[in-house]
Design a protein around this ligand. Structure first.
Ligand SMILES: Nc1ncnc2c1ncn2[C@@H]1O[C@H](COP(=O)(O)OP(=O)(O)OP(=O)(O)O)[C@@H](O)[C@H]1O
Length: 325
């Protein structure tokens, strides 16, 4: 996994320009973007538009190109082909302007351990050129959003893992960005901390901040994303609201059949011959779009199936051929 590191330390930032980004304008636009690392094409003709004000979940298996895409948006990586615009600014040509308006939350925790929560935010408020007279309020606001007001004077090495992750997000928000890039925001965290962070990310979106979040946790995308872009081998292979993707690729109902390998192969054969998508899950084979199975085929598939609602996970597995976490 590659990480998305904050770039502010290397920048000469201006305050965000006064002109607002029109609501109709895409916050992010990538057209035909290609990024190669030697022989390997990590991003392969990527087209992606993210409208302002939504949370878009960039979903895909390891190596799909999610982190590289994020790095292209901050100009930490440079595209070999294609056109990139962030908040109306062409990248990399005007990336400094774009960066000043976006918050970047890296996958790796790189907080300053010896400083307090508040001091970490003050450093970033200064680097992002938040005017001196506004800094105190900006830091207070970021602490409040991250529910860390009561811990403002605690050194980072005295914070829990969940608090540190919240502080990392707060740090990306201290200059009140219009767009936030979150690279795998909850990877490796326990379920309770993950749920806490989901609340925080959802709050951002409710405030009108555009969020682009890469994840390979299906549940995370399902809960937070207004839209998901499913990436595989450097391309977006499906895009839409989670519910719409499920309806299109998995239908309403899935029937799981359990049994010995020959029984699973038989079910797969019958379903596929009828044009129904299937997926393997360890000891079972699932038949998707089961609500469309005619009674005659139902008999052929046999009575041993267990019915359940179709999910985004089914879509992910069917389209990428990969397992999920
Ligand atoms: N700096 C680099 N040099 C060489 N190859 C790279 C570099 N960065 C990424 N890659 C390769 O590009 C491909 C896409 O990687 P990327 O990190 O963008 O995928 P990802 O979807 O973010 O995966 P993960 O979920 O594991 O973070 C991978 O095959 C990766 O090994």
């Amino acid at each position: 996994m590659s990480s998305l590191t904050p770039i502010v330390g290397r920048m000469t930032l201006q305050r965000p320009p006064a002109e607002p980004v029109a609501a109709a304008q895409a916050a992010i636009s990538l057209r035909g973007v290609v990024k190669r690392f030697g022989e390997l094409t990590a991003v392969d003709g990527l087209d992606l538009e993210v409208p302002s004000g939504i949370c878009l979940g960039l979903l895909g298996p390891n190596g799909a190109g999610k982190s590289t895409t994020m790095r292209l948006l901050t100009a930490q990586a440079l595209a070999d082909e294609g056109r990139i615009e962030v908040l109306g600014f062409p990248v990399p040509r005007r990336s400094k302007r774009a960066r000043a308006l976006m918050g970047v939350v890296p996958q790796q925790d790189n907080l300053d351990e010896e400083l307090t929560a508040q001091e970490n935010l003050e450093v970033f408020a200064h680097l992002y050129r938040v005017p001196r007279g506004e800094r105190r309020r900006a830091v207070d606001e970021a602490l409040e959003i991250a529910h860390l007001t009561g811990r403002r004077h605690t050194r980072v090495d005295g914070l829990s893992g969940g608090m540190r992750r919240r502080l990392l997000i707060a740090r990306g928000l201290v200059h009140r960005p219009r767009l936030v890039l979150l690279d795998e925001p909850t990877v490796g965290l326990d379920p309770q901390v993950r749920a806490e962070l989901w609340g925080l990310i959802d709050g951002l979106r409710s405030r009108g901040t555009t969020v682009l979040m890469s994840t390979h946790y299906i549940e995370e995308a399902e809960r937070l994303a207004d839209q998901c872009a499913l990436m595989s081998r450097g391309k977006v292979i499906a895009r839409g609201a989670p519910g719409a993707l499920v309806a299109e690729y998995a239908g309403e109902v899935v029937v799981e059949h359990y049994g010995p390998p020959e029984r699973l192969a038989e079910v797969e054969g019958v379903a596929r011959a009828a044009g129904l998508p299937t997926r393997r899950t360890g000891p079972s084979v699932s038949v998707l779009k089961a609500e469309t199975i005619p009674p005659s085929l139902d008999d052929e598939l046999g009575p041993d199936g267990v019915r359940r609602a179709a999910s985004l996970e089914d879509v992910f597995v069917v389209l990428t051929g990969e397992r999920v976490e």
